[in-house]
Design a binder for this molecule. Sequence first.
Ligand code: FES
Length: 276
Amino acid sequence: MKAERVVRGCFALSLAASVGLSLVYLAGGSRAWEGVLLAAALGGIAVGFILWATRLIDAPDNVEERREQKPGEGLGLISEVLEQSVTGVSRRKVLAGLASGAAASLGAALAIPSLSLGPQPGRSLFRTLWVPGIPAVDSEGGRVRPEDVPLSGIITVFPQGSEGAGDSQAVLLRVAPDLLSLPEARASWAPQGCLAYSKICTHAGCPVGLYRAQARELLCPCHQSTFDVLTGAAPVFGPAVRPLPQLPLAVDEDGYLVAQGDFSGPVGPSFWNVTQ
Ligand code: FES
């Protein structure tokens, strides 16, 4: 009976601690109290189950000698056995009820912090600020013509009106058009040999800010991922496995570079549903 009381006490403690944990969290939270209550909730349920398994379900083999039965004694024995089993069942029910209550309230207490999660990103990780027809500008907001782009260097460009936007920045460079070996669907994306790729490395998100003009490779200084600009920025060295997304370019009627649309894929490192 003593062990049973202890088990009940452990489950009741766990239940109370879980309810307390929820209340403390909903009231604004306190790291110290949340830690204490979580320890009590987990510890109570763990100790309760251990004691239940080791002290209450322990059923040693007992052999009772058969004895002579006197007339009329059977009825008394039967009622005694029935009484014991009813008491046993109700005790088990109490214990099981307490254990279920403790587990359910602990589950609820652990689920409540999910309310603190921020809004879902939705499609925002797949889009940037580049839209069809928007001019490509440098960090000062100046528009760029193809002939402004050096053959041996790069310019960082943004969609006009969003200079400095981190996820939309692109490196703009120029090569001789006859060197290009882009996929067929991108044949019109590089007017006069001008190419624009996302500046965010697809390995871990560093800015891809170095250009080896002779090798026509973009280099990320963080872990040396190297991208071949002539073939659509496919990785040729280093830990990155995904090409830098390409920005489709066009030249407007005034001779300035504009975007035909958004990048060819999500920018930056891969995430849960972008593995390549
Ligand atoms: S972040 Fe670019 S190589 Fe690692």
